[in-house]
Ligand binder design. Structure first.
Ligand code: SAM
Length: 284
């Protein structure tokens, strides 16, 4: 896993101090994503299994006109192009301009041109009705007005079109390294949904139906310092839900919990779990 400490320190202007930086209002997710945009790809681990899964679902389609909602800096957008190839056209939508700038830089740097980068909220997509073969959204749904996003997906998808939502469930978040050892991480992250709640919300959109649910397990193996670095740089927006003092104390406790629970502080291992909802519109 790549970790560009210098770049990250630059982003947060950390100098040599590790713990302790400006408290950011929890409601201000846009400034969180602006601050983190240029380092985002280095901070998060990009997995490939879910992209292969999407390809396998779409393999019969002759047209591949899609949208990536809450696309961020485009790390999964780039993977979609790599795996789905030249037939793909993607409208990349995010409400954060800095993320979109980073996405454009990333994709153009890889010589990819078959995309538009559009600033818009997930509940008001500037996309023609009945025009998309598929929509994807990775790690972003918990930031959205979910009903609004589902209604817009229903409006913009063609009949038989696919909506792939990749997320972590609340229960999965509780079992990961942060949920187990970082004080209050699970309790504070109430934006994530569980399967039953999601089904109830989905039922409110008349034309969308849950086709299947796929679970993913990703093995992780890193050092304690790697983990501390991630938390300091708020690689999950959950950390924005702590005030500064609370975060600093929680980080110290997290470090102690890790050291107490693993025999080698340079060899910390766990499995990250994620879920993909496969949803179809008005299947004939
Ligand atoms: C955790 S990041 C995930 C980015 C990307 N999908 C990935 O996995 O790398 C969430 C993204 O959703 C965007 N976002 C949050 N709320 C949004 C909304 N209501 N409408 C559109 N984008 C939103 C953020 O700006 C951010 O880029």
């Amino acid at each position: 896993m790549k970790f560009d400490q210098e770049k990250l320190q630059d982003v947060y202007n950390l100098g040599n101090s590790n713990i302790g930086f400006a408290h950011r209002a929890k409601t201000n997710r846009n400034s969180h994503f602006s601050r983190i945009a240029s380092a985002y790809e280095d901070l998060r681990t990009t997995d490939i299994e879910q992209i292969i899964f999407i390809r396998n679902n779409l393999h019969n389609l002759t047209s591949l006109k899609g949208a990536d909602i809450g696309c961020g800096c485009g790390r999964y957008t780039a993977e979609l192009f790599r795996i789905l190839g030249d037939k793909l056209h993607l409208t990349c939508i995010d409400e954060n301009e800095d993320m979109l700038k980073q996405l454009t830089k990333n994709l153009e740097g890889k010589d990819l041109q078959n995309f538009d980068a559009v600033k818009a909220p997930a509940n008001n997509l500037p996309v023609e009705s009945n025009s998309l073969d598929f929509i994807v959204s990775f790690n972003a749904m918990h930031h959205f007005d979910i009903i609004g996003f589902l209604n817009e997906s229903s409006r913009t998808l063609k009949d038989n079109g696919y909506l792939f939502i990749y997320t972590r469930l609340r229960s999965q978040n509780k079992r990961n390294i942060w949920g187990r050892y970082f004080p209050k991480f699970h309790e504070k992250e109430t934006r994530l949904c569980d399967l039953e709640k999601f089904k109830i919300v989905l039922e409110k959109t008349r034309l969308l139906k849950l086709d299947s649910v796929k679970y993913f397990m990703h093995k992780r193996r890193v050092s304690t310092n790697w983990l501390i670095g991630r938390a300091i740089h708020h690689h999950y927006s959950t950390f924005d839900l702590y005030d500064r003092k609370e975060f600093d104390n929680a980080l110290l406790k997290f470090r102690k919990n890790i050291v107490d629970n693993f025999s080698n502080r340079d060899d910390i291992f766990w499995e990250d779990e994620n879920t993909m909802f496969v949803i179809r519109k008005n299947v004939q």
